[in-house]
Design a protein around this ligand. Structure first.
Ligand SMILES: Nc1nc2c(ncn2[C@@H]2O[C@H](COP(=O)(O)OP(=O)(O)OP(=O)(O)O)[C@@H](O)[C@H]2O)c(=O)[nH]1
Length: 116
């Protein structure tokens, strides 16, 4: 799951998801690794964007706020523009693939139907 650290609506959707669908996903897919990624970290220093946010009494989402408000997730941050920490997407994909492969190995082979 990703959100934009300078977009409070984007973070709001993560908070809603954390309460609404995460318990259900966790119930049906126990052990599914959830990795939360805060994107566009470079924009935390963008003066124009900061001014726009301040006009609406808002500010960028800090690392600390995410850790306080979103529980039970691995949280990482990156900036695609400056290629900072972007290897997290490769790591997240590998984690997801490994869980999928494990669950496929557990599934019984399907019986095929014979027509005579
Ligand atoms: N400054 C900055 N811009 C970025 C970064 N990643 C993507 N963008 C720019 O953000 C714009 C929208 O990018 P998308 O990745 O499509 O983002 P989105 O999820 O559709 O939109 P947001 O909700 O704004 O994040 C494009 O112009 C990208 O070039 C980043 O790390 N830093």
């Amino acid at each position: 799951m990703c959100f934009n650290v300078t977009n409070p609506n984007s973070f709001g959707n993560i908070l809603k998801g954390n309460k609404m669908w995460y318990p259900e996903v966790n119930h049906f897919c126990k052990g599914l690794p959830i990795v939360l990624v805060g994107c566009k970290t470079d924009l935390r220093k963008d003066k124009v964007l900061l001014r726009q946010l301040h006009e609406d009494w808002l500010e960028p989402i800090t690392y600390h706020k995410v850790m306080q408000e979103v529980h039970a997730v691995t949280y990482l941050e990156c900036s695609a523009k400056y290629q900072e920490n972007i290897n997290i997407f490769t790591e997240a994909s590998s984690a997801a693939l490994s869980v999928m492969q494990k669950s496929q190995r557990k599934q019984k082979p399907k019986r095929s139907c014979l027509l005579a």
